[in-house]
Design a protein around this ligand. Structure first.
Ligand SMILES: [Zn+2]
Length: 541
């Protein structure tokens, strides 16, 4: 009848037995040794990271009968009472069940009385973020200036829910999730002590991975595996206990999604439903996988693999492969879609429908990764490559590709047309008299106007469809051409007037003069128009 579960039996009894959290343990040991203790602490971090354990050790250090010390004896009455949970001056309050202001007031009424057994009264308030607003307000005054014999330790998993006024009155310690190596080391030690046989270290790593940073979860899993395997922990036992890793579910769903295999997706969802999977948890895993894929795409070296499990290595390999296949934009899009799907899960008729609709939404927005493939298609110059790309697509996608093909062809036709126009425009003509100038300038003007309009139309189309293809002659180029021509004309006009002053007789008739003025006027107009267009173009950029 004296059997204690591992999580309680192997709870550290001294500071030196604590796994991880060195930054917290060090600070508390120093403050105990120097006898400089703050009156209020906040311990925050994920579940099973050692918050309550260290809070109790702190209470031991304060109340050990030897002295205030970090090296608790563990054998005196106070130490053993704290361990067994019957020390009268360690008051543990569960804020989740006692969140009302009346509850808070009732324990605050007793704060002023001296401790009855030890040297300090330690108030350990668990899940403190669950307290009501009035409870926090009632706590403020005492938390700021408590009696000398009182210490507060507020424990929470969600410190961001605490009011600023509470946070500023406390010393805050953040507890990190334990890494796999730390958990495996502790599990190995316990297996040795408990005479549990393990086939390879891999099985312990598997357990540690499934515990997701929580030593308590890891110990519970170890106990479960020990009972199932009758004191022998093997990979087979772990596999039958944990089933597939949850991340495997998420990964294979994303693989089917990128293949656009709707039947497979529906089958998988059906299977998961039979397994009784937690859909919210599956959403979370999908988001984690997408995040890892995104990191693979941008900085593959930052994902250092600290575990040696063969199965997990295989999973990493598959994620790496996916990161080559999905474009970064689509990874971001999927992430958004699944994030939204998870948020709206509670509104869905059932969680399964929520998952199905999110999958279909992801499919609807990214039809078989067409974007990345068509990019590849755009860039490919030779036809053999084009055919190769086309082969990888279903019929429907091939028709889409053909449409794109037609579109790019029409674009290249127009580009050729523009080029021809420009060749004509830049062609040099000899000007013998003012009549030639009028003719040449007139034709130049028309051609420039024509090419300019074409350019603008195509430009708009190209900008809206694919920013990668740009015409060879941007509008700014045309503008400078025309302005250049206009400057030359103005110079010619000035020279012409100069010559008119010196010459009394003129062979230029009024018709020629009018023609020249007309050209100049039209060029001035065009100047305004172009710079306007140019502005619009620039804005679009
Ligand atoms: Zn003691």
């Amino acid at each position: 009848m004296n059997y204690k579960v591992f999580a309680r039996k192997w709870r550290p009894k001294k500071f030196c037995e604590v796994v991880g959290q060195l930054h917290v343990v060090k600070a508390i040991i120093h403050s105990l040794n120097l006898n400089r203790m703050h009156h209020a602490y906040i311990f925050t971090g994920t579940r099973g990271s050692g918050k309550t354990t260290i809070a109790r050790l702190f209470a031991k250090g304060l109340n050990c009968e030897t002295q205030i010390t970090s090296d608790v004896c563990g054998s005196c009455k106070n130490c053993s009472d704290i361990e067994s949970g019957c020390f009268i001056d360690l008051i543990e309050i569960d804020a989740a069940s006692k969140s009302k202001v009346e509850d808070t007031r009732s324990f605050l009424d007793n704060v002023q009385y001296s401790p009855s057994q030890g040297k300090f009264k330690v108030y350990l308030i668990d899940e403190v973020h669950m307290l009501s607003r009035h409870s926090f307000n009632a706590l403020l005054k005492t938390l700021e200036e408590p009696p000398k014999h009182v210490k507060f330790i507020l424990v929470t998993t969600e410190y961001q829910k605490l009011p600023e006024t509470i946070l500023s009155r406390c010393l805050q310690f953040y507890f990190k999730p334990l890494n796999i190596i730390q958990i495996v080391t502790q599990l190995k030690y316990i297996c040795n002590q408990e005479n549990i046989n393990i086939d390879t270290e891999n099985s312990l790593e598997f357990l540690a991975y499934a515990a997701r940073g929580s030593i308590r979860d890891a110990l519970n899993l170890l106990e479960q595996a020990m009972i199932l395997g009758k004191n022998n922990i093997t990979i087979d036992v772990i596999n039958s206990m944990l089933g597939l890793l949850h991340i495997e579910h998420a990964l294979s769903l994303i693989e089917s999604l990128t293949n656009g295999n709707i039947n497979k997706i529906m089958n998988q969802i059906d299977n998961y439903s039979i397994l009784g999977i937690n859909w919210d948890y599956l959403f979370e895993e999908i988001l984690i996988v997408l995040q890892k894929i995104a990191i693979y795409q941008f900085s593959p070296h930052s994902l250092k693999n600290q575990i040696s499990i063969v199965e997990i290595k295989d999973i990493e390999k598959r994620m790496h492969k996916l990161s080559d296949f999905i474009s970064p934009e689509n990874v971001q899009l999927y992430y958004q879609i699944f994030l939204l799907g998870r948020r709206e899960l509670s509104y869905a008729p059932s969680h399964r429908i929520g998952m199905e609709m999110t999958m279909l939404r992801a499919l609807a927005f990214c039809p078989v990764n067409l974007d990345s493939k068509s990019e590849q298609y755009y860039n490919s110059e030779n036809t053999s490559n084009k055919e190769e790309v086309c082969k990888n697509f279903s019929k429907k996608n091939v028709t889409q590709l053909i449409n794109i093909n037609k579109y790019t062809d029409s674009i290249s036709d127009k580009k050729q047309q523009i080029q021809n126009n420009f060749n004509n425009v830049t062609h040099t003509e000899k000007i013998k008299n003012i009549q030639d100038l009028t003719n040449v300038s007139g034709s130049k003007l028309e051609k420039l106007q024509l090419s300019l309009t074409n350019q603008a139309v195509i430009n708009n189309k190209i900008i809206s469809s694919n920013s990668k293809i740009r015409p060879q002659y941007p509008i700014s180029h045309v503008t400078s051409e025309i302005l250049d021509a206009r400057n030359k004309l103005i110079k010619y006009q000035r020279d012409y007037k100069q010559s008119m002053l010196t010459k009394t007789k003129s062979n230029i008739n009024t018709q020629d003069e009018q023609g020249l003025e007309d050209i100049l006027r039209r060029f001035t107009n065009i100047d305004v128009k172009i710079s306007k267009d140019g502005d619009i173009h620039n804005k679009k950029k």
